[in-house]
Design a protein around this ligand. Sequence first.
Ligand SMILES: NC(=O)c1ccc[n+]([C@@H]2O[C@H](COP(=O)([O-])OP(=O)(O)OC[C@H]3O[C@@H](n4cnc5c(N)ncnc54)[C@H](OP(=O)(O)O)[C@@H]3O)[C@@H](O)[C@H]2O)c1
Length: 280
Amino acid sequence: MASEIPTHTLNDGNTLPAIGFGTYPLTGDDGIAAVTSAIENGYRLLDTAVNYENEAEVGEAIRRSGIARDEIQVTSKLPGRHHAYDDAVASVRGSLERLGLDYLDLHLIHWPNPRIGRYGEAWRALIDLREQGLVKSIGVSNFTAEHLERIIDDTGVTPAVNQIELHPYFPQSVMRDANEKYGIRTESWSPLGKRQAPFTEPPVADAAEAHGVAPGQVILRWQVQVGAVPIPKSATPERQRQNLDVFGFELTDAEVAAITALGRADGLLFGGDPDTHEEM
Ligand SMILES: NC(=O)c1ccc[n+]([C@@H]2O[C@H](COP(=O)([O-])OP(=O)(O)OC[C@H]3O[C@@H](n4cnc5c(N)ncnc54)[C@H](OP(=O)(O)O)[C@@H]3O)[C@@H](O)[C@H]2O)c1
């Protein structure tokens, strides 16, 4: 198992591991096996969502691992079709039922869906669910500064986390600054760049050679050093171990800057623009 994973303290006082495990699209028996392997390899933060249709598999993997519930953190996400207050409450209860858990460590609004315009209502539901103890920390995903400002102004409650698409081709400097301004921890989805990972780009390949690590480890270490929490997905036990093993070396400031400079205007690869993308 890799060395112990550092943690961040969130703005609500709870802690979050500095790296987690993405579970999309791990489903069925293979999905249970992959998540079980991730836990065995040392991951203590698991990222699922209602829309991944694998909450049951994640719950089963936790039970099979034999690791105590309070040593594993589970994140799930509220889908767009459940933004209405009562639907959001029922949705979180449904997530808990499928996971077989009595609380979630972190629950996020998956996408703001601003045209529909009910994310404020969803946020109020999450606040109440946190007060009831069903969710320890609450946050958002794919929120812009404007969406953040609106829910914070409306409720006085700041999300603990904003999970956004973030990788070397889309380093999200503006959103990282916006999150930081509010004391929100940035989490990175598609942290490696998924199928378009920049493994052979010179700043990544050169740093890998200099530090004697794999290109994927360089990218994940870059994530850690820019203050984001990456949640890489891998179905492969060897890659799971490798991706977690990023706390034994440090990139120089120049290496970090060179990787950040890979960002490009068309770097948003997968999720679309949060102002227009709709995910129900
Ligand atoms: N909030 C949102 O809207 C949102 C959107 C998308 C994703 N997410 C979350 O973010 C998680 C991660 O994002 P992602 O799965 O899109 O992308 P990713 O983690 O950047 O990339 C995953 C891909 O990279 C491969 N891979 C993993 N480690 C590798 C390594 N060391 N070397 C070479 N290839 C490697 C994996 O293949 P193998 O499995 O074959 O190793 C898989 O094809 C998801 O699982 C999900 O939990 C959230």
